[in-house]
Design a protein around this ligand. Structure first.
Ligand code: PRX
Length: 648
């Protein structure tokens, strides 16, 4: 297939392909030395490290092990100490369009007060703190406050259910939880504290002693004396300065739960030094963030993108960024364009799913088309979370970027901490739909099932051949699962990303072809098929058995399709619709609204082999509405296929 190729921009920290190649060469010649140089240049160390990489306990790699630093010091104090305290760190915009500018000095003071408040409640270095907060200055300060005192935070996305929150609090063994009374999204107040109360109900989380509540809306909330405390009661009682706790580079900065192909979500553990290095470095090289820029990443702090490119990367560089509380479609689908014009955003980073929904909105209602807004401040656009289809890429490039802004299609994962494969704005000619080339130093490759390199033009398994500073350190509490999931023996010690990929024959550009495991990507949100299946069968009254697959969806990338066997006769017509609805809401309550299946179909049974294995490949074809061409001779009950082929 012939693709258009778009030239890189003139402006960027790394200038031209020769400079890119020189960096790759430097890493190839002295891998540890390359990262050590960057770690010295980008971060401020309290105690310098003497060794960059320790591989003695591979795959439990250690970076900058004997160095000490504090992440919050690097994100806040060092800018204030350099006389940049008055610089705007955050331009916060509420759901209803009010704006608040927060300087670095102010953000440092809020962070210190929050850190002192945590300390006053007995939280100390190494403790885990769950943060269940809306998009807010306070949410970011809560993360920074944990980093300041050496507590390990685990942010839980505000859209997750009580059950999901409880699972994470328990798994992390969290001692404290920071939340808000409610959150505002799309003009509606949605509960947070009430969900926390439900999650902690009945002493289900014995480790958790303190709940600190930020008042966002003033909505009514329940209260547990002795456990719950208003943030506004705590803050005035403590100082607005707090000495940073110097921690080892390997000290766990955060856990972030993400879905795998089996079992419950896993707590991905990230380090302090290596993680911050890559968050800062990629913000610098991929986004070219300069003092004159206004950066805006539309992710939520509940996802890794909101960690690396809101809470840490831009702050580590002393940048100015927009933080948005609301949703792209409120009050209407021109909200992003309005905000870019209003705040003169120059670097804009969002997800393909948002772009696709805004394209659709602009097609049906011309009034929300970006052309009605002055977007001339933009100079770099970014995409993350899922493959961006060439049509959406072109629209984004032409209509948002005015045909002049490079699009950095950044491939990475919760586990990788920062960008792995991405164009650099002044380096890489862009091909829509391709994330192009590895970030300098990242040894991405495509191999077969035995770990052997495959030639360009041949699809295979995406791996990273060498450890890198911001990589996942372990799965919290389950090092064996870490090894099994990411370092399977047959892959020669390479990191297994879980995605398939192909490199183009001409340029060697990477294109991600999708997950090779049972992980789904719905609107850029990661979900395990098993997770959704477990949620369905947890409805013990109704559900006997369930199998979940993904199918391509124009808007959400992938959509969840569930095949369900009920404990009663297979329903049809209106009754089937009512039960499907009940089950969708049930999954919403078990996991969160993002996990609700788009479609549910009922059968008397599921297609199984004679040994009882569910044939998922068949289900994937049925979900897509394709004729079944696979061999069904091993199928125990072929008649079932006809039932399951019918949408209700
Ligand atoms: O399948 C890949 C897809 O998202 C997965 C990682 O999801 P998560 O850990 O939630 O992190 C999302 C934000 C970094 C990957 O395994 N993915 C992410 N970025 C891209 C992508 N697929 C294609 N192109 C991308 N740019």
């Amino acid at each position: 297939m012939n693709h258009a190729v778009y030239p890189p921009a003139a402006q960027g920290r790394i200038q031209g392909m020769a400079a890119y190649e020189a960096l790759c060469q430097e890493a190839a010649t002295d891998y540890a030395g390359y990262w050590a140089r960057l770690a010295r240049e980008l971060l401020t160390w309290h105690k310098p490290f003497t060794q960059a990489l320790n591989e003695s306990q591979a795959p439990f790699y250690k970076w900058f092990e004997d160095g000490q630093l504090n992440v919050s010091y690097n994100c806040l104090d060092r800018h204030v100490n350099a006389g940049k305290g008055g610089r705007t760190a955050i331009i916060f915009e509420t759901d209803d369009g009010q704006t608040r500018h927060v300087s670095y000095a102010e953000l440092l003071a809020i962070t210190c007060r929050m850190a002192n408040a945590l300390k006053a409640r007995g939280v100390k270095k190494g403790d885990r703190v769950v943060i269940y907060m809306p998009m807010s200055v306070e949410g970011i300060a809560a993360m920074q406050a944990c980093a300041r005192i050496g507590a390990t935070h685990s942010v839980v996305f505000g859209g997750f259910s009580a059950q999901s929150l409880r699972d994470r609090v328990q798994d992390a063994g969290a001692v404290a939880l920071i939340t808000a009374d409610e959150q505002m999204r799309g003009g509606k107040a949605l509960p947070l504290k009430a969900i926390v109360d439900e999650a902690l109900d009945g002493g289900s989380c014995p480790s958790l002693k303190d709940v600190i509540v930020w008042r966002r809306t003033g909505g009514k909330v329940g209260w547990v004396e002795g456990r719950d405390q208003w943030l506004h009661d705590l803050l005035p009682t403590v100082a607005d300065t707090c000495d940073p706790e110097w921690v080892d580079a390997e000290h766990p900065l955060f856990l972030l739960y993400t879905s795998g192909s089996t079992g419950k979500p896993k707590g991905v553990q990230h380090s302090s030094g290596g993680y911050l290095l890559h968050a800062a470095l990629t913000t610098s090289w991929t986004f070219d963030l300069q003092d004159s820029d206004i950066f805006w990443c539309t992710a939520d702090i509940g996802w890794v993108t909101g960690h690396s490119y809101i809470a840490y990367g831009p702050l580590a560089l002393g940048g100015t960024q927009v933080v948005f509380e609301g949703v792209p479609t409120y009050p209407d689908a021109s909200r992003f364009w309005q905000m870019i014009a209003k705040h003169k955003v120059s670097i804009f980073y969002t997800a393909p799913t948002a772009i696709r929904s805004l394209i659709k909105a602009a097609e049906t209602n011309d009034a929300v088309h970006p052309k009605h807004h002055d977007l001339s401040s933009l100079r770099i656009l970014g995409s993350v979370g899922e493959p961006i289809n060439p049509a959406a890429w072109e629209w984004y490039f032409q209509n948002v970027g005015g045909g002049r802004c490079p699009i950095v299609d950044t491939f990475w994962q919760t586990e990788t901490g920062g960008h792995m494969i991405t164009p650099l704005p002044a380096v890489t000619p862009m091909v829509p739909g391709s994330c192009t080339l590895p970030f300098p130093g990242i040894q991405a490759a495509i191999v077969d099932e035995m770990g052997n390199d495959v030639p360009n033009g041949t699809g295979g398994i995406l791996v990273v051949k060498k450890p890198w500073p911001s990589m996942i350190r372990t799965i919290w509490g389950d090092p064996e699962r870490f090894k099994k999931s990411y370092y399977p023996e047959e892959l020669k010690g390479y990191y297994l990303a879980g995605d398939g990929a192909i490199r183009s024959a001409d340029r060697g550009y990477f294109t991600i072809t999708g997950r090779i495991d049972d992980v789904l990507n719905v609107s850029g949100h990661r979900l395990g098929t098993m997770e959704v299946e477990s949620a369905l069968v947890a409805h013990t009254e109704l559900v006997a058995e369930a199998a979940v697959v993904g199918r391509p969806d124009d808007l959400t990338g992938e959509a969840i399709c569930a095949f369900v066997v009920l404990k009663r006769a297979r329903p049809t017509g209106e009754e089937a619709k009512a039960i499907a609805n009940e089950l969708r809401n049930w999954v919403g309550k078990e996991i969160g609204p993002i996990a609700k299946p788009k479609e549910i179909r009922f059968g008397d049974n599921l297609p199984k082999t004679r040994s009882g294995k569910i044939m998922r490949r068949l289900l994937r074809s049925l979900a897509k509405g394709e004729a079944v061409t696979q061999d069904t001779s091993t199928l125990e009950n072929p008649a079932i296929l006809e039932q399951l082929a019918q949408p209700i």
